[in-house]
Design a protein around this ligand. Structure first.
Ligand code: ACO
Length: 161
């Protein structure tokens, strides 16, 4: 049998439509222009996943600066089209972002997930993420309207003196 390759590609003006199409199919929320501007601005932290030459998933992140000056990554969306789930594509996308955080000495990755999304919650827990908070009525158009804040912190390596 022919081996199928799963590859990741960056998001640019020319292929941002792929991310828009995926989001319409995957999520009950409509994303605004700021979401797409943040995704483009995040550089390598936003990736499309290809199953052979078909775009089937994406991770889109925003780079945030905390009051302390520390940089953290907010995962705005992570999704894989249903027929392509369970093939390791979500793992490849999330590991890519985790590896970049480790290399760039970023202290934390966090995200919001709807409280009834058991599959996504157990997926993130496998990678060392923990539920740190619940926000009531976070979403205005979907039920349940509540979300969990899910976080992974990285031990900070000291800068050399
Ligand atoms: N049934 C049961 N378990 C599954 C399934 C499935 N269909 N798919 C994945 N898993 C579990 C498996 O236990 C697997 O572990 P294993 O590798 O040890 O077998 C683990 O998840 C990882 O599987 P992957 O194949 O790497 O993940 P996948 O490509 O399926 O993507 C994702 C996981 C992104 C959560 C996917 O289910 C999805 O797109 N869901 C809908 C969108 C969504 O809810 N996204 C997260 C919302 S929160 C946010 O975006 C910030």
């Amino acid at each position: 049998m022919k081996q199928v390759t799963i590859s990741l590609d960056g998001v640019r003006d020319k292929n941002i439509m792929q991310l828009k199409k995926l989001n319409v199919t995957l999520f009950p929320v409509r994303y605004n222009d700021k979401y797409y501007a943040d995704a483009l601005a995040s550089g390598d932290f936003t990736k499309l996943a290809y199953y052979s030459d078909i775009c089937v998933g994406a991770i889109a992140c925003r780079v945030e600066k905390k009051e302390t000056g520390a940089v953290c990554i907010y995962i705005m969306t992570l999704g894989v089209l249903a027929p392509y789930r369970g093939l390791g594509i979500g793992t490849k996308l999330l590991n890519h972002v985790i590896d970049l955080c480790s290399k760039q000495n970023i202290s934390e990755i966090y995200l919001h997930v709807q409280t009834n999304n058991d599959e996504a919650i157990s997926f993130y827990k496998k990678f060392g993420f923990e539920i740190t908070d619940t926000i009531k009525n976070y979403y205005s158009n979907i039920t349940p309207p509540d979300c969990y804040v899910v976080k992974k912190s990285f031990p900070q390596t000291q800068a050399k003196k």
